[in-house]
Design a protein around this ligand. Structure first.
Ligand code: GN1
Ligand code: MG
Length: 369
């Protein structure tokens, strides 16, 4: 997007200062994000995050922003009460000049502006083990902070988002449709998923049987959705709140393990470099349980390892589905990108399955189940 376009869009928000420049940030798979620099009178600079909300993925951006504002407001009030720093420990939404949470341009596109947290960084891969531990405490604490949030007032921004049986069904539909004509090249991956049809139902079953409660969950707990302080290295806040919905805590746990407890990035093609890292898993278990401050039930603790396998399998199936559909959902940056991501995730699933007993032992070590 051009600077001129960005300048015009941001002028509709209560952002301070005059537009200086914008750079595009490309790590997300869904929304388009730019970092915009503005200059205040007097010369000091202030930075904002401008995002175009992907309304192909999020059908109701208005509801999404309603969740966003309500949840960040709820967290901010708690931080203020506890004497924290509400500028750095929670994301702040800049309203439009009319006081709305998002702006709709003449082409019908949806935009939002967030305050950029100064001197903050995020990581696509664990660089130091402590980062992963800190992110675990942060996500565990996020769960804890929202424990008394009225979950039934939240909109379901993507229906059935982490409903694994439904993701399986979507995969079978994509296999059936073979829209991009790629089915022949992914027989092994489809078989891999089909062999786990029954497993896909494990969490839904546990929920029906009363062993897994519904919580307010983040649903995209990747390491790169945590901001760290660039100077001290401490974790600051949880970002990317688009998919906050009622869900299972074990899935929030599991998505972090999928993305972080591995020896390679999510799209590494050389599978000999992709291994489940059980030491990082252990660090995360410790941090998540600590961060949740005793708030997890016995059933939840027992099912943490299953959550890890489930989220990894589900994500792999989603990548495979998108590959079969012709890459219509996730942003791709090279030929076969979604298939590479799928194979990477399935390799991790196999690793975790073979270490399930150890994964369970580790949970026992840090909890009293
Ligand atoms: C997407 O937008 P981003 O990159 O944080 C996706 C997640 C996937 C993830 C895989 C709304 O997250 O569910 O786990 O890619 N978000 C949505 O990296 O589908
Ligand atoms: Mg993200």
């Amino acid at each position: 997007m051009s600077d001129i376009e960005i300048k015009e869009i941001i002028s509709n928000f209560r952002a301070e200062g005059e537009f200086v420049c914008a750079v595009s940030l490309s790590s997300g798979h869904i929304n388009d994000t730019s970092l915009v620099t503005m200059r205040r009178e007097g010369g000091s600079e202030v930075k904002y995050i401008l995002q175009r909300i992907n309304d192909n993925v999020f059908k109701r951006p208005d509801q999404l922003m309603e969740n966003y504002v309500a949840v960040t407001g709820f967290i901010r009030a708690k931080i203020e009460r506890e004497g924290g720093d509400p500028e750095r420990e929670v994301i702040n939404v800049i309203p439009t000049v009319d006081g709305a949470a998002y702006y709709r341009d003449s082409e019908g596109r949806y935009w939002r502006v967030l305050v950029h947290v100064t001197d903050s960084v995020s990581y696509d891969k664990v660089e130091r083990p402590e980062q992963f531990y800190d992110s675990a405490v942060a996500f565990g604490n996020f769960q804890y902070m929202l424990r008394d949030y009225p979950a039934d007032t939240l909109h379901e921004t993507i229906v059935n988002f982490h409903n694994t049986p439904d993701r399986y069904r979507q995969l079978m539909e994509a296999v059936e449709g073979n829209a991009a004509g790629r089915l022949d090249s992914v027989k092994a991956e489809v078989d891999f998923a089909m062999a786990r049809f029954d497993f896909c139902h494990t969490l839904e079953r546990a929920h029906r049987e009363g062993r897994l409660p519904l919580r307010v969950t983040h649903n995209d707990t990747k390491l790169n959705n945590i901001l760290f302080d660039a100077k001290t290295g401490a974790s600051l806040c949880v970002v990317d709140l688009d998919t906050i919905m009622p869900g299972y805590s074990v899935n929030d746990f599991g998505d972090s393990i999928r993305f972080g407890a591995t020896t390679a990035k999510e799209d590494e093609r050389d599978l000999s470099l992709v291994k489940f890292d059980i030491d990082l898993y252990e660090l995360y278990v410790k941090g998540f349980i600590e961060g949740a401050k005793g708030g997890l039930t016995e059933g939840e603790l027992e099912m943490l390892p299953i959550g890890a396998i489930m989220m990894t399998l589900e994500c792999g199936m989603r990548f495979l589905t998108d590959y079969l559909n012709g890459d219509t959902y996730f942003k791709v940056h090279r030929e076969g990108h979604n298939l590479d991501r799928c194979r990477n995730q399935f390799k991790l699933v196999s690793d975790m399955e073979s270490q399930l007993d150890q994964m369970r032992e580790i949970v026992k070590k840090y909890s009293n189940i």
